[in-house]
Design a protein. Sequence first.
Length: 337
Amino acid sequence: MIGRVIKIFSDFYYVDTSMGIVEAKLRSVIKKRSDEVYTGDYVELEQFDKNSMQAFISEIKKRNTVLSRPRTANVTSIIIVSALKEPDLDIEQLNRYIAHCEYHNIKPVLCFNKEDFSQTEELKQEIIKIYEPLKYKILFTSALEKTGLEELKPVLKNNTTVLCGSSGVGKSSLINALLNNFKLKTAPVSDKTKRGTHTTRHCELIHLEENTYIADTPGFSHLKFDFLLPYEIQKLFVEFQNKSSACKYKNCLHTGEDGCAFSDIIQNMNENRYESYKKFVEEAKQYEEKISNRSIKNEGNTKYNQNKIMTKISHKKRELTRKTAKQKFYKEDIQDE
């Protein structure tokens, strides 16, 4: 039986199948291979018991996409949910989410919730000014007043959609507004910190209709680009993508270098977007320095050969080996004579 993992709790996997929701555990062979099952994975089940609705996962099917945060597989659409108020909109954090989606080659939809708050019109116009020229789809919603939902529904249809965003922006509230018979736990923004509180503890796929899933995910904000090289950051910004201009330097970072061909693009780029870009580049520089130091440290005793790490022979032993080899060739030459 083939099914789809919709929730993981402890070492139990809840799989959506044609027979209903099955509670499954991993086969020992998968544990031995250290294969990890993600929410959204398609899996094969064995030893299915109709009475207890329990089974074992014997195989993980090939994934089309994988997100590291939130940890989900086979995602086809991402909606970044931000709040216009409570908590206040953080443009840099929004740019982080957008760059994260671009890294996974998924064009995100930008959803700005809590439109019911007054005095948000100026902020809405600023959002449109920044992100509409970049061809990102923008939605304004209110989970409380159930406005903007009709524009949201077509985005969800025939997709596995992840709602991502910081805690308190209203991801669970939007799902509750979309599904009248479904009530996810929600909580107000803290009066003390003015930040959202975690109510969603795990990633869960909710089956809306045929071929349509929506994932409610825990809020997260500590997203850094300390896993890429500095020159790779430009690939995550639409402003720099598909540009034919060649800079003076091969790995130009477009941060004010002499001979940068993108000076006109930078000049017309939104200030908040460019500041985010430079900050992400600095984070990537830390990663570059880290791996550079690691390479220097390991240079003396390890090497790569056919994608395997191998121990290097010490300098003294190499010299001894070469000396022995020369003596062998010398003896062979004498014998030939």
